[in-house]
Design a protein around this ligand. Sequence first.
Ligand SMILES: [Zn+2]
Length: 253
Amino acid sequence: MWRPGPLGVAAARHGVLNHPGITFAGDTHGCLDHLIEAPPDDIIIHVGDFAPVDRPVSELLPPGVLERFYFIPGNHDYDRPAYRECLLEDPALAGRCLHGCVLQIGKLRVAGLGGIFKQRMWYPQKRLTAPEYPSPEDYIRTLPKKDRPGAGSSRRMRGAIWYSMWAQLACDRADLLVTHEAPTSHAHGFAGIDELARRLGATTVVHGHHHVDYAGTVCGGSVRVLGVGLRGLTRLDGRVLRAGMRSRGQGPR
Ligand SMILES: [Zn+2]
């Protein structure tokens, strides 16, 4: 029988083991069939990077998954307009996107933030720096009129984490924060994610993007972190149900 390790004990102290029935799906990059391996009663939260996809994502989910499925977008889900449409404009997924909001899922308040930090817009890696452009509107205003796109369609803007969304989310409260970008528990993580968790009062952060399974902490040990690997499945209590695939040479990070 499985017993919680040291991080599981920390999770129990923070109360999240009272609601262990969430499985996180790591970056899937084109294949969602393995989501069938999640325990049948679990909520499933996808941590971003579905791309490439060629049909509405709801049609790619295995049977019995849609009704318990939530997600955030990753950076690659904005690489092509078709990828974004298949995910963010799929009517069957309405109300299932956690990006920039907090939803009550079971007993937990769950906050989500998709995308990645982009150097040109806002890059709070080592510390919480001021943004170059706080919002998409601020950036678009700097472009010559002939180059001004519809919101979100400029290539440089795609998949960016905007300070305006971050700041609004940071005023809310949540138990769990789900991000695509990593906090500083990962070597390439960002202080901006640590600080968001701290302001939300979240005790756990779960992230994707780097295609690595690991457990760690940030904020002086008060916030637990789970990284989920490529096509991996990890439960909220820290159990790795399906280890991530080795990602070297297997496409975009
Ligand atoms: Zn990825």
